[in-house]
Design a protein around this ligand. Structure first.
Ligand code: CTP
Length: 394
């Protein structure tokens, strides 16, 4: 699986760096080509001589060396994958905030390949809110994190924070290359987030959707090789670099943005929580309070999924969502047929861990042939994998 794969291995300063010689041997044995970039701090933990010997390549750690310049851009482009192991707290923080003060951080910032990291740190550092925030940030950029393990730490304490064992990292890399680019050459449209329907210049009708599920689907489609167009309602979340994003506010704007790309896509996944109604009139000035009771007249928004279902061409796959609180199965099946979708992904607000804002979701997928696929409660990125696998199987 790793035969002829180009692995750029970044090593940062952590005691776990001593395990990297063993990791490199495993990678070379599996047929990979390995080039190594180290931070200056990493050199305190493992020698460049050892690593250049086992990798059969010169180890790089300086941006310039005796008048010659290490071309970080070309290194980033050479790699099939950039693996940073061990990832120290310090390098993690630099990755999260775009700091670029050594060859490894420069390579990271210019890498066009996927990035996988294997963090290693002491338990208290691992559980610090700053570390958690930084991990969340780098994941939001599309980087993949190999979970730390629990066990004896450099401090002598027992707890979370050990770098995954070299064998585990190699397995993860094998899986990475195993997951095919099944959607190479395909184009996908994804809608995500809420819509805001203006009442006046300072108020709107909206909902609690954050966009997490749809962004996870867009990310997974992109990982599998699709060119992704994400039409995103108001959302504070950041989007991985390789995804084309159109930011919209209202259902009408989302409709226009979807129509403009639908013709050229092979797959459309409508995961946005589109407002069903919008105010008939939008006040141009802020509405002042006066009467005890106040009504807003609402009219239907365009049903984007239904419209796309009516213009869908042979070969285009259309996936809708159904968020229900009761009679879930019947409502989902009704949406599948009425909106002419190929799949409906149902989430029920009666399932714990499912719905707006959660990091997890629990779904059932219905297809047109009457098949139902039930899944356990999982993290949203894992749910996205299940959804994309079901799409690919179609
Ligand atoms: N949807 C859409 N445009 C709308 C409303 C919904 O594209 N104006 C899409 C959603 O993105 C989702 C699916 O339709 O994929 C189902 O949305 P939902 O709100 O659950 O269903 P509705 O058809 O709006 O019906 P109801 O609110 O009565 O359940």
């Amino acid at each position: 699986m790793l035969q002829n794969k180009k692995i750029l291995l970044g090593i940062s300063g952590s005691i776990a760096a001593y395990k990297i010689a063993a990791l490199v041997r495993l990678l070379i044995k599996a047929g990979a080509e390995v080039k190594i970039v180290m931070t200056p701090a990493a050199k305190e933990f493992v020698s460049t001589l050892t690593l250049s010997t086992v990798s059969k390549n010169q180890v790089l750690s300086e941006l310039s060396d005796n008048d010659s310049w290490s071309n970080h851009v070309m290194l980033g482009r050479w790699a099939d994958v950039l693996l940073i192991a061990p990832l120290s707290c310090n390098t993690l923080a630099k990755m999260a905030h775009g700091l670029c003060d050594n060859l490894l951080t420069a390579v990271y910032l210019s890498a066009t390949s996927p990035v996988i990291v294997a963090p290693a740190m002491d338990e208290d550092m691992w559980h610090h809110p700053a570390t958690k925030d930084n991990l969340r940030i780098i994941k939001s950029y599309g980087n993949e994190v190999i979970p730390v393990e629990s066990g004896e730490l450099a401090s002598g304490l027992i707890g979370d924070g050990r770098m995954a064992e070299p064998e585990t990292i190699v397995e993860r890399l094998k899986n990475f290359f195993l997951i095919g680019k099944e959607l190479d050459g395909k184009k996908a449209l994804v809608t995500a987030g809420p819509t805001y329907e203006s009442i006046d210049p300072v108020r709107f009708v909206g909902n609690y959707s954050t966009g997490k599920m749809g962004i996870a689907i867009a990310t997974e489609l992109e990982k599998r090789g699709a060119e992704v167009f994400l039409v995103l309602g108001p959302s504070a979340l950041s989007i991985p670099l390789n995804i084309n994003v159109v930011r919209v506010k209202s259902a009408a704007e989302m409709f226009t943005a979807c129509i403009s790309v639908f013709d050229k896509v092979d797959i459309a996944v409508m995961s946005a929580a589109v407002a069903d109604y919008t105010p008939v009139n939008v006040a141009s000035e802020k509405i002042k309070k006066s009467e005890n009771q106040f009504s807003i007249e609402l009219k239907k928004t365009p049903d984007i999924l239904k419209h796309l279902g009516s213009i869908k061409k042979e070969g285009q796959l259309l996936i809708g969502f159904a968020l229900e609180t009761n009679n879930e199965r019947n409502h989902a099946l009704k949406k599948l047929s009425e909106k002419n979708a190929d799949l409906i992904v149902l989430n029920s607000l009666n399932d714990s861990g499912a719905g707006f804002g959660y990091d997890t979701n629990k779904i059932t997928i219905f297809d047109k042939t009457g098949k139902e696929y039930h899944f356990d409660t999982k993290s949203k990125p894992e749910v996205a994998v299940d959804i994309v696998n079901t799409i690919i199987n179609l």
